[in-house]
Design a protein around this ligand. Structure first.
Ligand SMILES: NC(=O)C[C@H](N)C(=O)O
Length: 330
């Protein structure tokens, strides 16, 4: 029997419209409605019974936590119903990895949730959106996608939302899971998996967004030669609850900045060390003595994903030992 799949649209290039077929740069994102996307692809109804809803109509540069909460609550509500078998979220690619990891931590269902986007607007020559959306519906309808957390597909690949990142500004082959690789591929409407995500996700997490109307404020500070204290001072003045420091190499921090961050930690701001390198583990008590400084290490999460986990962690606790455990579990 055909599965029932709901497409929740948020905008992005997949629903973008260019002034002409050769315009790959100055087109407008988020123009087409979800119904027109579905109607333009009658063959997806061969894969599943597909319906659509609009959650937002934005370029993903404008994604925010209010829309995240609305989207996650709607997915949880849909997947509680016996009549719905899976959800596909259409999304711009620029912040897709953050939304995917957020959903991976707060969706309370084993049913497939797949995020998809495109690098070329819908009416461009060789637009990638239709094939990506076809694959996403196929993946969301497949038994193998259950229990693997929120998945990201573009360019025939299946990615783990914890690990995937956008690596190129324009190529269709932009989504990669550095060092760790894809979970699998999609070919001819069939999903081929080769591994499971090992970190806890969806039904296994302790995060519950029921009743939340906002998330704690966490900012990212990027490291570079001659960086100063201006940014740290301004986020502290703004009253942040957490800072992710995108450190050098294995999460290294210049001495005078570290001294300032130690002061922040003593004042109750949770400091998490991540890395600007793009892959690898930030080792606890490695480049920095986290025990002595009162810091948390972000394990292998990139700075933008470390921020997502830290925001959710702060909805539960401000205890650094507990938050460090979460960074190792999720
Ligand atoms: N390819 C894309 O979807 C990029 C677009 N700026 C977005 O993130 O909405």
């Amino acid at each position: 029997m055909k599965k029932n799949i709901v497409i929740l649209a948020t905008g992005g290039t997949i629903s973008g419209n260019a002034s002409c077929e050769t315009d790959m740069l100055t087109y407008k994102s988020a123009v087409l409605t979800v119904d027109s996307l579905i109607d333009s692809m009658p063959y997806i109804q061969n894969l599943a019974h597909v319906t659509g809803e609009e959650i937002a109509q934005i370029d993903s540069c404008d994604m925010n936590t209010e829309i995240w909460l609305k989207l996650a609550n709607r997915i949880n509500e849909l997947l509680r119903s016996d009549k719905i078998d899976g959800v596909v979220v259409t999304h711009g690619t620029d912040t897709m990895e953050e939304t995917a990891y957020f959903l991976n931590l707060v969706i309370k269902s084993e049913k497939p949730v797949v995020i998809v986007g495109a690098m070329r607007p819908a009416n461009a020559i060789s637009a990638d959106g239709p094939m990506n959306l076809y694959n996403a519906v196929a993946l969301a309808s497949s038994q193998e996608a259950s229990g693997r957390g929120v998945l990201v597909t573009l360019n025939d690949t299946i990615n783990c939302s914890r690990e995937v990142t956008k690596t190129n500004t324009a190529l269709q082959d932009t989504f990669k899971s550095p060092d760790l690789g894809y979970l699998g591929y999609i070919q001819d409407g069939s999903s081929h998996f080769y591994r499971f995500p090992t970190r806890k996700h969806t039904t296994q997490t302790e995060f519950d967004i029921t009743g939340l109307s906002e998330l704690p404020q966490v900012e990212i500070i990027y490291s570079y030669v001659n960086s100063g204290l201006t940014l740290i001072n301004s986020v502290v003045m703004a009253g942040v609850q957490g800072i992710v420091y995108a450190g050098l190499g294995n999460g290294g921090i210049p001495e005078f900045i570290k001294a300032e961050l130690v002061k922040c930690a003593r004042n109750g701001i949770v400091i998490t060390r991540s890395s600007r390198t793009g892959s690898g583990i930030v080792t606890r008590n490695g480049a920095v003595d986290d025990d002595a400084c009162g810091f948390v290490s972000a394990d292998s999460l990139n700075p933008q994903k470390a921020r997502v986990l830290l925001m959710l962690a702060l909805t539960k606790t401000q205890n650094c030992t507990e938050i460090q455990r979460m960074f190792w579990e999720y």
